[in-house]
Design a protein around this ligand. Sequence first.
Ligand code: CDP
Ligand code: MG
Length: 672
Amino acid sequence: MASELDLSSSFIPSLYKPAALLPIARHRQSLLYLVETYPVTIVVGQTGSGKTTQLPQYLDQAGWCVDGKTIAVTQPRRVAATTVAARVAEEMRCKVGEEVGYSIRFEDLTSPATRIKFLTDGMLLREALVDPLLSRYSVIMVDEAHERSLSTDVLLGILKKIGKKRPELRIVISSATLQAEDFLRFFAGEELQKDEDSNEIGGSVGRIISLEGRMYPVDILFLDSPAEDYVERAVKTVFDIHSQEADGDILLFLTGREEIDTAIQLISEHAATLRSKTQSVLPLPLYAGLTTEQQLYVFEPAPENTRKVIVSTNIAEASVTIDGICYVVDCGFAKLRAYNPNTGIETLTAVPISKASATQRAGRAGRTKPGKCFRLYTQQAYEQLPDVAIPEIQRSNLAPVIMQLKALGIDNIVRFDFLTPPPAELVIRALELLFSLGTIDDYAKLTKPLGMRMAELAVDPMMGKVLLSAQTFGCLNEILSIAAMVSLQGSVWVQHDSDRKNAESMRRKFAVEEGDHLTYLNVYQAFVTKGKKDSKWCRDNLLNYKSLQRAVSIRAQLKRYLERFGISVDENPPLSTSRGPDLSGQPERVQRCLTTGYFAHAAKMQPDGTFKTVSGDLTLYAHPSSIMFNRKVDWVIFHEILQTGDKTYIRDISKIEKSYLLEYAPEYYRVK
Ligand code: CDP
Ligand code: MG
């Protein structure tokens, strides 16, 4: 067995660490034994030990894919699913989509030949709608379970149920931290017992295996006094490391795209002023909105005499492994979802990380040699951090999940077996929203056909409602395009910092006073009529060709869903033609239709230009990327809400009439 591994590893390009040297390699036999013997195997190992990339290959080689079965490996993030699939395909010398594939929302790169399939945990839940026992999989590996994402938690509950009906199914749970016993206890339930001889818990249900990886010591350094602006402080720290420390790449943790872009720019500017010709600095961003190619840059070795500085969200905390990091700079914050049941609004807010996260982040520095971690906070602040983060299920809008559970036949949410039950308040609020959307009836059952269809669509309940109402408003064509555009991750506008003015005037060409949604529609329609075959058109208009192509593909998929429901989409003639902006009544239909789904995201502009939510207790700002930025309106609905610094921004905004709210959501606004 060993010689076979040596042989294959000697063919791996030299920049890769041979798989046989990864910490997991020594545990191959025990891992396969545990999976063979127990329904549940919990694998604990530090980031980089080889859990995600190697374990599925071991299972495949050991025969878990004979009789056409597949191994599923779930990831909480899309980025992780795609990059890891690319890596494993490379190791198995195939193309992504052949033996190794991935499936994320609106993007399925698998084929009948696929034996190892990486997918987001949300996608696997969706598959359960058509295949309730997930019978095509022989092994399901829930990766990064310690992150406790909303979908991971729900998936674990579903898998526990499926496991009872399919004793041959193998469940592997991988975790980078020591919450392993919680997972085992959850699966073992009443069977939990202490085995006298081996001192192991888990009975006949499962076992925990730890892959203690080789780790070099990491020096931890704190600030003496708190940093005023951690982005600036981070950039300064990067250059202190660059001038004072030995070779080795730097990994800088910030919270989100905007901070990362700022930091990258500051680093580039400062790097240009450096005298030293011997060592240069190469800053690279890593966050979820990047294209796959952009994300892959961070894995490439830096050119000679260059120090890579990867500026990342907490994606790099555990989900993806980057070799060669010796220095970590940790800002101490991460963006987390937080749902406010009073306002009914879910924000993405930067909050202090947990001690477990801080340890994870520091650990990224000690993989190839001893490293250093610079924490941009005081030791005192560290002591006050919570031990672990609150699971997402306890701080999220649960409407999408409850809708999904109901579609899976789980009606009694309160009695569902959750790893950690969600607070009653969040459940009630979600039921209220679903009821107002018409997804569920008075008995909290999914309505037919609306609720059932909403659950089948690959979009959140609010957008689902809009799509399914569009036909009655006579604007289905338009809504399909709009839904595709707002489902894109990342902007359709190419950002040229050097040329903000020009970008603004380009954007204004497509802008309509009704707001962002109809502006998107204009962009989309112009793209399909003029720009689809001509990427120069996009460049000239500062539009992102790839994103727009993706919008075309998403639209086609949404259209297929609707057609499956028997809703026919009449593409001809497009209601707004090249004759120009004369849409005669069409904008109003679109605005009304949007309100049927987004009534819960309504706000009214105040005299000072900010917005207030209906309940009045949240002040919102139009995001600078919105057409509504610096414009006067009265009532609006919005798609997205995000928090940057101490301001809460709304994005993708459209004008509406107040009366629409009462017309389309009487219950919701009566409750208030
Ligand atoms: O899942 P876990 O954190 O335990 O490790 P892994 O992601 O399987 O990574 C194992 C090895 O593969 C590490 O040395 C990574 O640096 C490498 N890897 C890589 O070079 N490129 C990727 N896209 C993924 C992993
Ligand atoms: Mg992993």
